[in-house]
Design a protein around this ligand. Sequence first.
Ligand code: DOR
Ligand code: ZN
Length: 349
Amino acid sequence: MEKIEIIKPDDWHVHFRDGDLLKAVVPETTRHFARAIVMPNLTPPILNEGDAIKYRKQIEEAIPRKDHFFPLMTLYLTESTNKIDLKNAYENGHVFAAKLYPAGATTNSDSGVKDLNKIMSVLETMSEIGMPLLIHGESTEKNVDIFDREKEFIDKTLDYICKRLPELRITLEHITTKEATLYVNEGKQNLVATITPHHLALNRNDIFVGGIKPHFYCLPILKREIHKNALIKVATSDENSKFFLGTDTAPHLIGDKETACGCAGIFNSSYALPILAQIFDDNRSIKNLEKFVSINGAVHYQIPQNKSKITLNKQLKPITFRKSLKVNRSEVIIFKPNFPVFWKNQVQN
Ligand code: DOR
Ligand code: ZN
């Protein structure tokens, strides 16, 4: 049996939600990951230091005693965000980063930013204090095709931010296109990107061919095979230092996915590591998995690498996926790609 031991991974992009859903999903992350950046798009969103402290407490109460896990909190930027409050929250150590949602781009983004100029002085403050900016990089122009929204955002908005604020530390989140891989690779050194397991595993045919698959619907939407291959190339490359894992695990109850107007989001934390190990192995790059899941993110965010290790074993037979996670009387479907996965995290349940 083949096995690898790697530094315990971090997840640089999770949605924990709140209430009972939070209680159900938090252990699916804390079993596998040492730290995670927690998204602030609740209703209402996490807007200030007080909100972040309260939300962090809710998360901590849901962490099983056996797990050592550290949530890294974020603030949701709006056109009314106060830069002094933001600076204090960051310098007090209660928030780790701030998230830019273009208004209307995705789930609970209505309070996001419509006019970038309204937050430029907040971004300047972030640049001065070294606070990381996390970006949902999609244009919200009505006439831009959904498959072109990431490229349009890079050309019209991200490039402008990078040029105006060269010192600002930026993570372009859950990238989905070849253009994004090129822009980040060629861009300034403090511009990095996260990639999800599902964007490495699937292309847009997987949503539509043979019947519509609501559990493969997420934002940014899956793209063509050439884009998937460009993501795999940068993630698995020997030279990769700018791309790392953000699962974007985004649970929605089954009834909110399997309906006439279903929510965007894929819940993938339970098997993210085995799936990634399989993809890296299939691309003869298993030796580069550790950089992608455990090293590059910590380097970018200037925090120490984790001390503990995890072991992944390659089984002779494909692993069996649990179908769903129960939440009260409902459930959340667990992401399963359409290829066999032979790798297993030793702590897998
Ligand atoms: O698919 C997504 N789901 N993309 C996002 O950007 C948000 C997320 C969610 O919160 O459900
Ligand atoms: Zn997300």
